[in-house]
Design a protein around this ligand. Structure first.
Ligand SMILES: Cc1cc2nc3c(=O)[nH]c(=O)nc-3n(C[C@H](O)[C@H](O)[C@H](O)COP(=O)(O)O)c2cc1C
Length: 187
């Protein structure tokens, strides 16, 4: 099972690196599997800690994919790292083992601390649509335009029917990024 989460790792200077990552649940362990090249990967190798942040503010997902990585953080409790200030809950991880791979190494981690901060208030289709659209944006270079256009048209239905202000803002960042990507390709 994969949880779409916000992973925060410490940079060399202690500042937080914030990235959306699909964290793989394997029994009691969580596996982080970044594709090379990746700052998350370098930070995990060097400092061996991370926080996994569970949030329904999908602007963090869309923001990280559109150059907006400066989200409020606070210090984690048990490890030398930061967590998302607005997270509903977060896990604090220590690296247990690294499975090396040329393209996508796997970092197996144990949860040393788990904390809830706010209630989960139910599913929202627009939030799921923003997460899907953020994944499409992360693959713009790999996917044909027809697929991007048709999937965005489908996801827009959930946005139109169920979005609130945060989802609309996040959706706008992603659609702007897609438009800019294709405008640059044409010119
Ligand atoms: C929902 C979601 C899940 C993602 N999961 C992964 C992942 O498991 N591995 C990965 O390399 N990138 C993943 N990405 C893309 C990364 O967020 C993006 O490439 C990021 O910049 C990682 O590189 P970095 O570690 O240098 O920040 C995901 C993006 C989204 C929106």
């Amino acid at each position: 099972m994969i949880r779409e989460s916000i992973v925060i790792t410490p940079n060399a200077d202690g500042s937080p690196h914030v990235a959306p990552i699909g964290v793989i649940v394997e029994g009691e362990e969580l596996v982080i599997a970044p594709f090379r090249p990746s700052a998350t990967l370098e930070n995990l190798e060097a400092r061996r800690v991370a926080t996994v942040n569970y949030t329904d503010d999908v602007r963090v997902f869309a923001g990280c994919l559109t150059g907006r990585r400066d989200w409020p953080v606070v210090a984690a409790s048990r490890i030398a790292a930061s967590r998302l200030a607005g997270a509903l809950a977060h896990d604090e991880l220590e690296l247990v083992a690294t499975e090396q791979d040329a393209q996508r190494p796997r970092f197996r981690c144990r949860v040393v601390h788990r904390q809830a901060h706010a209630p989960f208030l139910g599913f929202n289709r627009a939030q799921a649509a923003v997460v899907e659209a953020a994944i499409l944006v992360s693959r713009l270079h790999m996917l044909p335009r027809a697929k991007i256009d048709s999937e965005m048209a489908y996801l827009a239905i959930a946005i139109d029917k169920t979005a609130g202000p945060r989802e609309l803002e996040a959706w706008g960042w992603l659609t702007d990024k897609i438009a800019a990507f294709y405008a640059e390709k044409v010119s």
